[in-house]
Design a protein around this ligand. Structure first.
Ligand code: ZN
Length: 189
């Protein structure tokens, strides 16, 4: 198991649609283990495969610590393969979100409070989960990553503009980041 460098804003891999995973393999299992290591190493609550440069529809998450604060459900560490959100409902709730690919940037994002998600677990068994609270938020955020969507895309133009200089710092490789990241290409500097 190993900690992998995280791809940061605004690398184009974060903007691409990831491919479904159709077959279990040792390689897929190792990828999932490495994604958990990488997520925990950076104190994250979720990490999607495109964030380590793999365009595959897989994410890992562990939102139990945040759920405790919000009295949400406790799920333990979860890997979801080919997740599909089949229902979004309840009130639109605003909560502060961050992202390991956009370090140091937080913003309040409105999302439906309740979802149903179908997915394959890491043993490739079909699962369906109805969930709300922090977990529902994390699952929506991570599923967005698989479609090239970042939480910034849910913000108003005005709010996004306010974050502009911080985003530029990250995009240009000038941000101070406490975990391994993929270095920016020289021509982007
Ligand atoms: Zn993210």
């Amino acid at each position: 198991m190993s900690v992998l460098p995280i791809v940061t804003y605004d690398d184009e891999v974060l903007r691409k649609e990831a491919e479904p995973v159709n077959k279990n393999s040792e390689e897929v299992q190792k990828l999932i283990d490495d994604m958990f290591d990488t997520m925990y190493n950076s104190d994250g609550v979720g990490l999607a495969a495109p964030q380590i440069g793999e365009l595959r529809r897989i994410f890992v998450a562990d939102a139990d610590a945040m759920s405790e604060e919000g009295e949400g459900p406790q799920m333990g560490p979860i890997a979801m393969i080919n997740p599909e959100i089949t229902f979004q409902g309840g009130d639109e709730v605003a909560m502060d979100e961050g992202c390991l690919s956009i370090p140091g940037v937080n913003a309040s994002v409105k999302r439906p409070e309740k979802i149903v998600v179908s997915y394959l677990d890491r043993d490739f068994n079909e699962q369906e989960l109805e969930i709300d609270g922090w977990w529902a938020r994390v699952i929506q955020h991570e599923t967005d990553h698989l479609d090239g969507i970042l939480f910034l895309d849910h913000l108003s133009m005005f709010k996004r503009k306010l974050l502009g200089s911080k985003l530029n710092e990250i995009a240009e490789g000038r941000a101070d980041i406490a975990y391994p990241v993929v270095p920016k290409k020289a021509e982007q500097k």
